[in-house]
Design a protein around this ligand. Structure first.
Ligand SMILES: *[C@@H]1O[C@H](CO)[C@@H](O)[C@H](O)[C@H]1NC(C)=O
Ligand SMILES: *[C@@H]1O[C@H](CO)[C@@H](O)[C@H](O)[C@H]1NC(C)=O
Length: 334
């Protein structure tokens, strides 16, 4: 299928050494929704509740702080690889009605293979050559919730929105919210940088220990090639496609949970939590994943069914009212 080729071509375009070793590794899998709540153990560790709402997938040891040994503290994961207790999260999306109230938009399983998933997101680990897997304790963020312009977000490569007219729409990606109705939903794609300083598991801004490649190689300041972590979150905006519900001035009605109507504040968080050296083995063995099913062609990675991932949950610590029409967003400050 043509679009499959172009999807992967786009995905590997920013990898160090892209084109040198075209084989590489494509590890793609489904993660169901673990929890939706106001916690952010990277940016606001120990703070209950964090300034804005997140949707979180992965290991059930996700907590206000993540100082523990993630694989041993987790008893299940909402991702299909059974040894992956990492946590992956993004902000959440809201629809703003004409009367000023907000309704939360749900995530949905990727129609390309993972429609049985109870929301959540698709996760990829990509490489085009030899990469060094993350170490226990590693974490990073990408994007900046304070950004509101195209010029600002240009600092980050490949944080995009795709207006899905079909499940496989992959053209027309933008760095701000789509302007019109999207028949299948809005896909938010987030690709993290692929170079690491080789030393720090985190940094004060949670980003400067990582960097983008310059050209096809990692810069001398960040010489270690790491897997490209890539999220696709599909927001089910279809209940809000009735044009009469949209603003009369022609603007679009969606807003991030931190109050951003532009979309340029798109950002995401990652805490590594694979058991042992499973991720390194997977990246070393040139695994591939079927784009239409839960089939990971990778002996190093044992998978559970999507039905099993749907059962992995974490108790909510922050009892916010999340459903119904809300009079305000749960934003503390931005
Ligand atoms: C989260 O952290 C709190 C405080 O350290 C602890 O009591 C609780 O058991 C933790 N929850 C999980 C799910 O690990
Ligand atoms: C606000 O608008 C929504 C969407 O049209 C509607 O369902 C809701 O009842 C309205 N709320 C109030 C308080 O009018």
């Amino acid at each position: 299928m043509l679009w499959t080729t172009s999807l992967l071509a786009a995905a590997v375009a920013l990898l160090p050494g892209a084109g040198v070793n075209a084989a590489g590794t494509t590890l793609r899998f489904s993660c169901a929704q673990l929890v939706v709540e106001r916690l952010d153990p990277i940016v606001n560790p120990g703070v209950v509740a964090s300034p804005h709402l997140h949707q979180v997938v992965g290991g059930n040891s996700f907590n206000a702080s993540m100082d523990h040994d993630v694989p041993s503290a987790s008893s299940c994961t909402s991702c299909t690889p059974v040894d992956d207790f990492s946590n992956y999260w993004t902000a959440t999306l809201f629809f703003k009605a004409k009367n000023g109230t907000y309704k939360r938009v749900a995530t949905k399983g990727n129609p390309l293979g993972y429609s049985a998933s109870n929301g959540g997101q698709t996760v990829y680990y990509l490489s085009s050559g030899k990469v060094t897997a993350f170490k226990p304790g590693f974490r990073m963020t990408v994007g900046d919730p304070s950004f509101r312009t195209a010029k600002e977000i240009a600092k980050y490569k490949m944080l995009t929105f795709t207006c899905l007219q079909t499940s496989s729409t992959r053209d027309g990606a933008t760095t701000n919210f789509p302007k019109g109705q999207c028949k299948v939903g809005i896909m938010v794609s987030v690709r993290f940088p692929t170079c690491w300083d080789g030393v720090n598991l985190d940094s004060p801004d949670h980003q400067s220990h990582t960097a983008y490649p310059s050209g096809s190689a990692c810069p001398s300041t960040h010489p270690v090639s790491i897997p490209q972590v890539f999220y696709e979150t599909i927001w089910d905006t279809t209940p809000f496609n009735d044009k009469s519900l949209w603003p009369d001035d022609g603007s679009q009605p969606f807003v991030w949970s931190f109050g951003d109507k532009t979309g340029y504040g798109n950002h995401a968080d990652y805490v590594f939590g694979w058991k042992g050296d499973t991720l390194q083995k997977a990246m070393d063995s040139g695994c591939s994943s079927d784009l239409f099913s839960n089939d990971i062609k990778c002996p190093a990675v044992k998978v559970q069914t999507i039905e099993q991932t749907n059962k992995c949950k974490k108790d909510v610590m922050v009892n916010d009212k999340l459903d119904g029409w809300l009079t305000e967003l749960l934003v503390v400050s931005w």
